[in-house]
Design a protein around this ligand. Structure first.
Ligand SMILES: Nc1ncnc2c1ncn2[C@@H]1O[C@H](COP(=O)(O)OP(=O)(O)OP(=O)(O)O)[C@@H](O)[C@H]1O
Length: 692
């Protein structure tokens, strides 16, 4: 065939697909009309909120599928053609789908079939759309002659996706998901799945696609809820469009600090302090702090109750405390058991006293009763307070006065009495989580820090505050950063232990963070967790990964770097400056930068001077063409180009500074430059030096 024959053939195929896709959009439009009518009808039916929400979710799902509705076609050896897209579509009354949702089992072949294992697939076609127009097709014939794509599926489309200029927002990768990623997305476990992989291997992308997959295949999760935990608000904004883009709007996203409702400020504190607060031993200290708030009085406490005196002595209190603790309930619930116990004793004593007055064999009243055997005024008041109504006759002779209802009434009255309550609270006070943590750490002067939140949560659990949300599935991104206390908190948020945990132990920056998944998870799930690995780096080109070799070898000699999917031909560089010139050198480099979004990653001490020199906010804003941020803030993000300012300080500023530097170096999709005041750190000295 000549070149123009091929063009004509491609044109014909595009026309065929265009007609098919036009049918699909007509179907979506028809469903949209139904959904919009559903919203209106539900609103008119006097705000049936559930129905309104269901129809609104349907509208959102259809809207989300508008871009790239159909992205693939499988031609099977048995003659079937299967179109694959963002949602499933059927023609009315027809059992055969027009479009198969990417999450149904047969669609899996689109991601996994290879020439060596085609599983009945003859041809895989990728359909590229702009708006509603089919603009390109890319076919792979899965016969053995076409083997040798190095394990990548749809290489051309993949390379186009990974080299595209970054927008400051992550997008979904549903059209180019790779086989090793797909295996994780569809992993069968309903327990804990850990996804370990080097930088840029798609851990975040995979975790989010897994959420979309789980919501589709396990619909009960929609009502139980899914929580995605990320390292910062900036990161959560960065990933915020991925799930809505996949038609899923019901997921809650939060940082650790967000998980304490109403905690607006997130005070920054020294990493050593945060590290201490993150240790598991804090759970014991909090438990001890709560326990120590329960104190039987040394000397009896006397309270006047309706003209009588009731006494709380050490022995009675001690016995009631021990009994209340036996059930192992949280503090505030056990407090109620304690109160019931004490009030029982007090009521019994009061009744004995009263009945002693009226029940003498001789019929004589003693100890406060009237001489003719009638009840004393104090008895009458106490009984009245207990809700016991005595008729005229009741005042007469001696008799067993109180039945069970009366006794209960007396107990209730004792409980409701402010004097008695105060005495009981003196022994076993009601507590709030804030009080407990303040007891231990002192009153916070400027709100709670992120490291305080797991402590507040632990205190809440000890006390029995049960208003905190739990979820059917929890995703934890950058999980290597979490402290032991944060893990305890997140486990409480997910009683079923259905979790996807993604992270990279070579990127741990927080001194309280993880060095081994086993060590982290064993206390919570023993060995009931699965590990899946990702090995291909889609973000960082080979040249930049090569620049990290010495750093990785020095600090993680046993960890192989992930294989980069591409190289750019652009070698990273470093340049030396004198310390005082750092801001001007960086500002100059930023002003001459033209290659897409640029991140300047610098240690905290340089952020203010650099923000002045660059006229940038001190807090990162991903909508800017140039973004200034610390390595910690850069976690999980990516940029077209990265400039690192002062790597030596990044290395020395934190105990795991080498991991912070590794994070900083692996954020770029194209270019990496390093500006070092003074000599370079040895781990970077092999990088090509640019001399001014
Ligand atoms: N199958 C894929 N097709 C296209 N792009 C992909 C694919 N997998 C990952 N990517 C892209 O590679 C980049 C890195 O992905 P992601 O942020 O999920 O990696 P990560 O492992 O979480 O990285 P890190 O640990 O360094 O933060 C993203 O831009 C993502 O969209």
């Amino acid at each position: 065939m000549t070149g123009s024959d091929i063009d004509r053939e491609i044109g014909r195929e595009i026309d065929i697909e265009q007609r098919y896709v036009a049918d699909l959009y007509a179907r979506v439009d028809a469903l949209r009309v139904v959904a919009a009518a559903g919203v209106l009808a539900a609103k008119r039916a006097d705000g049936d909120r559930d129905a309104v929400a269901v129809w609104q979710a349907e509208v959102a799902r259809l809207d989300a599928a508008e871009q790239g509705l159909c992205f693939g076609r499988l031609d099977m050896h048995d003659g079937r053609r299967i179109y694959i897209g963002r949602l499933g579509l059927f023609r009315d009354g027809d059992a055969e789908p027009l479009l198969v949702d990417w999450r149904v089992p047969v669609a899996r072949l689109f991601y996994t079939a290879t020439a060596t294992a085609p599983h009945g697939v003859r041809r895989r076609r990728r359909i590229t759309m702009r708006g509603r127009a089919v603009v390109a097709l890319n076919d792979e014939l899965l016969d053995l002659n076409s083997a040798g794509s190095g394990g990548l599926v749809g290489e051309a489309a993949l390379l186009a996706a990974v080299t595209a200029e970054r927008t400051g927002r992550m997008s979904d990768v549903v059209t180019t998901l790779q086989a090793e990623q797909d295996r994780i997305v569809r992993h069968e476990t309903s327990g804990v799945l850990v996804v370990q992989g080097g930088p840029g291997t798609g851990k975040t992308a995979v975790a989010l696609h897994r959420v979309a997959y789980l919501l589709y295949t396990r619909p009960h999760l929609r009502t139980r809820g899914v929580l995605v935990v990320g390292p910062s608000r900036v990161f959560l904004d960065y990933i915020g469009q991925v799930l809505p883009g996949l038609g899923e709007n019901s997921v809650v996203t939060a940082t650790i600090a967000d998980l304490w409702p109403g905690n607006e400020t997130s005070r920054v504190e020294p990493s050593e302090t945060a590290e201490l607060k993150g240790r598991a031993v804090m759970a014991d200290r909090l438990a001890a702090a709560v326990r120590s708030r329960v104190q039987a009085p040394d000397d009896p406490v006397e309270v006047e109750f309706e003209g009588q005196v009731v006494r709380l002595d050490q022995r009675t209190c001690g016995r009631a405390v021990r009994k209340a603790r036996r059930a192992g309930l949280p503090h505030n619930q056990a407090r109620l058991a304690f109160q019931r116990e004490i009030v029982d004793v007090l009521a019994r004593r009061l009744i004995e006293d009263m009945e002693a007055v009226v029940l003498t064999d001789s019929g004589e009243a003693i100890d406060g009763g009237s001489p003719d055997g009638r009840l004393s005024e104090a008895d009458l008041r106490a009984l009245a307070a207990a809700g016991v109504v005595l008729g005229q006759d009741d005042h007469d002779g001696p008799r067993a006065l109180l039945d069970e209802t009366d006794r209960n009434g007396l107990r209730d009255s004792l409980l409701a009495d402010t004097g008695v309550q105060a005495a009981l609270d003196g022994v076993w006070p009601p507590l709030t989580p804030e009080e407990v943590v303040s007891d231990l750490l002192g009153e916070p002067t400027d709100g709670w820090s992120a490291a305080d939140v797991p402590l507040l949560d632990e205190a809440a659990a000890l006390i029995g505050f049960d208003d905190r949300a739990v979820f059917g599935h929890v995703v934890i991104d950058e999980a290597q950063e979490l402290s032991e206390m944060a893990w305890r908190m997140l486990m409480r948020r997910c009683p079923t232990r259905s979790m996807t945990i993604v992270g990279d132990l070579t990127q741990t920056g927080d001194p309280a963070g993880a060095t081994s998944w086993d060590r982290v998870l064993r206390p919570h799930v023993r060995d009931r967790w699965h590990l899946a690995r990702l090995t291909v780096n889609y973000r960082t080109p080979a040249e930049i990964m090569a620049a990290t070799t010495d750093l990785l070898a020095a600090h993680h000699p046993a960890t192989p770097p992930p294989q980069s999917v591409r190289s750019t031909g652009q070698t990273p560089w470093r340049t030396r400056t004198i310390p005082a010139d750092l801001p001007t050198v960086i500002a100059h480099l930023a002003s001459t930068h033209t290659d897409g979004q640029l991140a300047i990653i610098a240690p905290t001490i340089h952020i203010r001077p650099l923000s002045t020199a660059l006229s940038l906010p001190t807090q990162p804003d991903l909508t800017h063409k140039v973004v200034l941020l610390t390595p910690d803030q850069a976690k999980g993000l990516e940029f077209d180009s990265v400039l690192i300012a002062d790597p030596t300080t990044i290395l020395s500023a934190a105990p795991l500074g080498h991991n912070d530097l590794y994070v900083a170096m692996t954020r770029a999709t194209h270019l990496l430059g390093i500006v070092h005041p003074g000599p370079p750190p040895t781990e970077l000295s092999a990088i090509r030096e640019l001399r001014p």
